[in-house]
Write a protein that binds this ligand. Structure first.
Ligand SMILES: [Zn+2]
Length: 236
């Protein structure tokens, strides 16, 4: 099990870790560490990228994944020599990618808060996609003229940005999670995220600290078909 340091601080772009071993798949090599600041691609949010370096070796990271044993695999290749077991290594992630991904993901929460505020409380998101090419959020719901609500949704979500909401992240024990009606695996507990007074989300992704770190959210398109509403957006 790799310690997931990125859960504690979105803005930690450099850190240290201990090299455990190299693993191989058919295509790529993977480096396994005791802890990591690299966010592994999880559902529809892309992973962090850049490099892991020791005194005499360097590993370039282009993809990161989490396996069923909660071990993080840092994928790609050694640029020079390989690491030796228990080497102390330095981790560096691309800060631009991290910030973009955290803003796109946090914007998703904010749009959901705005949707909840405008429509009815029990409308729940069913799918989310945070790659920067065309991010969107989907709901199981139906609307007659979906485009008509774009101006109101955009206004509501941008008011939330201006409200200067703090993003609170809390780790819950299994007992605490039970009290708050949040799902928690027995061996792990849970992590909940909320934007000030808005509803709590069970969430293991990376977030901004304050809504004003986003300048503006644009609602680009709302499509309604066969009880699926897709809200596409961009972040400035
Ligand atoms: Zn989240």
């Amino acid at each position: 099990m790799t310690k997931l340091t990125y859960l504690n601080d979105t803005y930690l772009f450099e850190s240290n870790a201990t090299f455990i071993e190299t693993r191989e798949t058919e295509k790529w090599k993977a480096v396994i560490l005791d802890e990591t600041i690299f966010y592994p691609q999880w559902w529809w949010q892309p992973s962090d990228k850049w490099e892991i370096i020791s005194d005499n070796a360097k590993f370039v990271v282009t993809d990161v994944r989490l396996d069923e044993e909660w071990v993080v695999w840092h994928f790609w290749k050694f640029d020079t020599w390989e690491f030796k077991k228990w080497d102390k290594v330095q981790l560096k992630i691309d800060s631009e990618i991290r910030i973009t991904n955290s803003k796109l993901h946090s914007a998703w929460h904010l749009i959901d808060c705005a949707v909840t505020k405008m429509w009815i409380d029990n409308i729940e998101p069913t799918k989310w996609y945070h790659f920067s090419n065309w991010p969107y959020i989907e709901y199981k719901w139906e609307l007659e003229n979906p485009s008509e609500i774009i101006p109101e949704l955009e206004k509501t979500v941008n008011e939330l940005i201006q409200d200067n909401l703090w993003v609170e992240v809390k780790s819950l024990s299994v007992e605490e999670a039970k009290e708050e009606w949040v799902y928690a695996p027995a061996w792990k507990g849970a992590r909940v995220v909320n934007f000030s007074w808005f509803k709590k989300y069970w969430c293991g992704w990376t977030h901004i600290n304050n809504t004003q770190e986003i300048w503006k959210i644009n609602i680009l398109k709302i499509k309604s078909k066969s009880w699926i509403i897709r809200v596409s957006y961009s972040v400035e």
